[in-house]
Design a protein. Sequence first.
Length: 318
Amino acid sequence: MRRLIVTLIPLALFACDRQPAGPAAAVPLVSMDVTAVHVTGVQPLPAPLVPVAINTSPGHQIDPHIDGDIASYSNQASGSEIRYYDFRTGADNAIPTAGSNDQLSDISAGRVVFNRVHSDGSEAVALFDASSGAAPVEVNPASGTFRSAAAIGGNTIAYVDNLLAGDPDGAGEIVAWDLVAGSATRLTDDGLIDQDPAVSPDGNVIVWQRCPITSLSNCDVVQAVKTTSGWTVSDVTATAAPAGFPDPSGSIVCMTADTVAGCGVFWRLVVGGATQQLELAGNQVHPSIAGDVITFEGDGSNGTDLFLYHLADGVLYQ
């Protein structure tokens, strides 16, 4: 999920940012345990999609996220606010800003987290429950914070904190917040650029992108898995070519990584094992996973299109 931190520190520089699309290839720029998944053709979706106009007002409506029947998004007009749309009722409502600029949300089970920028320049993570409609509350409240990139799944919120001790460069460290216990766990303490967290729907897996301070062309994907004894952090990728845009389903982590031809969509089990890659021509970026379905942006006949890959039967839809 793309958030404010990317406006402060750019995401990894991928091959598709540096070169035109090439022929299909399943070989990364560096050695990695990868199994190529060949796709013989692209199918149309079984039923036509009917677009729903959520908000057509002046300004910019960006960064949509959906869970169940509710979608959240940023609405940028005279300021910035978070709105949420109920597909059951057609109602589109604003989350009260309390004089702040709110942006870049995520949603899980009707609970919306977002970045709240105060008038004094401090930045916090706020939580809103659409079922109650009560005013948003600050997550792990403190004064003078600089936090961003909030993501939620189940009872877990992950965010980037740029003012933690031991991070003198303010590169950002990943923090997990337990909504039930009301406690924070610092997952990183490495002085590297840790950014772009995403949380699985059950709240038990957090993934993010980690980059060296000196180079954005050697980023990796990292995961934290919740156990009865706490969080266990491990690498998903550890290569000399960049990987990023991670998203977890709970049992699978999908991501974008460099290939000889450009960018490709990869996935791997949370418990480990071989990484798999869709063997497609052109570039594929920004994957997202739900259950056994991966969606992503890819090169199509008329520019960039949206694709859906069903892991269970290996069918690719456009």
